[in-house]
Design a protein around this ligand. Structure first.
Ligand code: G3P
Ligand code: CA
Length: 244
């Protein structure tokens, strides 16, 4: 089973922050890091899960209502009197470019375009340009709940690694008919509603919902072998450090 850090090491650190990514980059044997991107009012790609900044920062409002300089002034509480900023995607790519010191440049990056609520105009072009600027095109997998966005990515970059997001794996396969040419399906782990034979040949990367910083871990461990028997090849975990 391949393990990914979901929003970085998001149980130990605030999700989608430089600290969460740096910690993930130290984990030997980690397959990759997953993160979420949104677009600011002035067209800058930033790393943030929600369309709004309210849950993760001290600000109020939608990412698309802030220009970059404004969003960078917001604080993400990181405990012990420390704060982080909403990362700019470019700084994350720069950090990631050389891989973690334990990873020798093999670590992958799953960039989830959060564009199914607001179909941010130009987001696909901007992220592909940035990924190429940092020479990371062979280490990046794009994903989105928007099949249209993934189809656009395929048109812009015929070689792009693409994973289709949906809750059920049958819906991931349905979206594939649109022609995005994904080689990976990204369902919720509870959404394995097809027999294993129907999904063989695809990477099946499953995501979970649940505890994130600063909630307490439950201590309950996932049975990765049982998930593998369902056809899951990879898992996105908030606590990858406990499994790798
Ligand atoms: O990409 C898998 C997973 O991240 C999708 O759910 O809500 O954590 O972005 P969410
Ligand atoms: Ca995500």
């Amino acid at each position: 089973m391949k393990v990914w850090a979901h929003r970085g090491c998001s149980q130990m650190y605030p999700e989608n922050t430089i600290s969460a990514f740096e910690k993930a980059m130290e984990i030997e044997g980690l397959e990759g890091i997953e993160l979420d991107i949104q677009l600011t009012k002035d067209g800058q790609l930033v790393v943030c899960h929600d369309e709004r900044v309210d849950r993760t920062t001290n600000g109020i409002g939608e990412v698309r209502q802030f220009v970059l300089t404004e969003i960078r002034k917001l604080r993400i509480e990181a405990g012990n009197g420390k704060y982080e900023q909403v990362p700019v995607m470019e700084e994350v790519l720069e950090l990631f470019r050389d891989g973690g010191k334990e990873q020798k440049g093999n670590l992958k990056l799953n960039i989830e375009l959060k564009n199914s609520v607001y179909p941010y105009e130009g987001m696909e072009e901007k992220i592909i340009d940035l990924v190429y600027k940092y020479g990371l095109q062979n280490r990046v997998i794009y994903s989105s709940f928007s099949a249209l966005s993934l189809e656009k990515i395929r048109k812009l970059d015929v070689k792009a690694g693409i994973g289709i997001l949906d809750t059920k794996i049958s819906d991931c396969l349905y979206k594939l008919k649109g022609g995005c040419g994904a080689d990976a399906l990204h369902p919720c782990w509870r959404g394995l509603d097809l027999p294993k034979e129907r999904i063989s040949g695809y990477a099946v990367r499953a995501w979970f919902t649940g505890h994130l910083y600063p909630e307490k871990p439950t201590g309950k461990r996932l049975d990765l072998a049982a998930l593998e028997r369902l056809g899951i090849t990879d898992v996105f975990l908030n606590e990858p450090e406990k499994y790798v």
